[in-house]
Design a protein around this ligand. Structure first.
Ligand SMILES: [Zn+2]
Length: 270
């Protein structure tokens, strides 16, 4: 068995026989890889210890017969302490991002660009001002989906291609005033629909025009630019609700913890 060398971050670790564990990595050159770390939970392990929230160089052997990988070497390249101004927020955002990857990444498929952008996200989450954490996380979430082929369309009507502004539906006035406009988003078709392309009985999420503008700017911004977009916790929750609703239609994943963590975070921060 030839040794494979990758760079990777840990997505999940589960205990296995005796003092071994199965470590799922997101690697730069081989995508998601679950690798057996023999004796990894023992104090006597000879090689470097694996560490979460860090860039690691790993060496492993992959059995051609069983497809199982066995960890042979570990070297720490960079670690993200996520401790600046108190641990809670940064750690929660970073954990949610890694969970999302664990849920969505297919096995054994290289995702080089998504890997690089994930590292960039972790670096930013480690260092940016606290009020930029939420918009950067949402922008990362949207980019993550695009790389994995689930790009929701906020640019215009998903059916006829009509531009965003003319796909808006005029509100009836009332408490939001006569100028309020909104959009219908279909999780099933994965985008907004104009009034002529609506299908009777189809499920829609109603989106205020301002919310859609926010999502669209988060989707097209770079991660660094996204930090300057101002998003409240409540707005962030709405956006995540929309995206997780969309993902439930598009994938087999039934439960996303990313939404729950934001609610918890909002409770703590008041
Ligand atoms: Zn249309």
């Amino acid at each position: 068995m030839p040794q494979i060398i990758s760079e990777g971050i840990i997505l999940k670790t589960v205990n296995w026989k005796e003092n071994s564990q199965i470590v799922t990595f997101f690697t730069d050159n081989a995508g998601k890889q679950s690798i057996i770390d023999r004796g990894g939970r023992s104090m006597k392990t000879k090689r470097g210890r694996i560490q979460t929230f860090s860039r690691l160089e790993i060496g492993y052997f992959k059995s051609e017969r069983s497809g199982m990988g066995y960890l042979s070497e570990v070297e720490l390249l960079e670690s993200f302490s996520l401790e600046k101004d108190g641990v809670l927020g940064r750690l929660a955002f970073a954990s949610a991002a890694l969970e999302l990857l664990y849920d969505l990444l297919p096995d054994d498929e290289p995702q080089t660009e998504l890997y690089q952008i994930t590292i960039q996200f972790l670096r930013l989450t480690n260092s940016i001002p606290k009020n930029s954490l939420l918009p950067v996380f949402l922008a990362y979430f949207l980019k993550n989906l695009s790389y994995l082929g689930y790009r929701p369309n906020f640019a215009g009507c998903i059916a006829c291609g009509r531009g965003r502004k003319s796909a808006a539906i005029a509100g009836s006035g009332g408490e939001n005033g006569p100028a309020s406009k909104f959009y219908f988003f279909t999780p099933e078709r994965g985008g907004i629909v104009c009034s002529s392309c609506q299908i009777m009985g189809e499920h829609y999420i109603k989106l205020q025009a301002e919310r859609l503008d926010e999502i669209y700017s988060l989707q097209i911004a770079s991660l660094a630019e996204a930090g300057a977009i101002s998003i409240s916790m409540k707005e962030g929750e709405n956006i995540l609700e929309l995206l997780t609703g969309f993902l439930k239609f598009q994938t087999d994943v039934r439960e996303f913890n990313s939404l729950k963590f934001l609610r918890d975070l909002r409770k703590v921060q008041g």
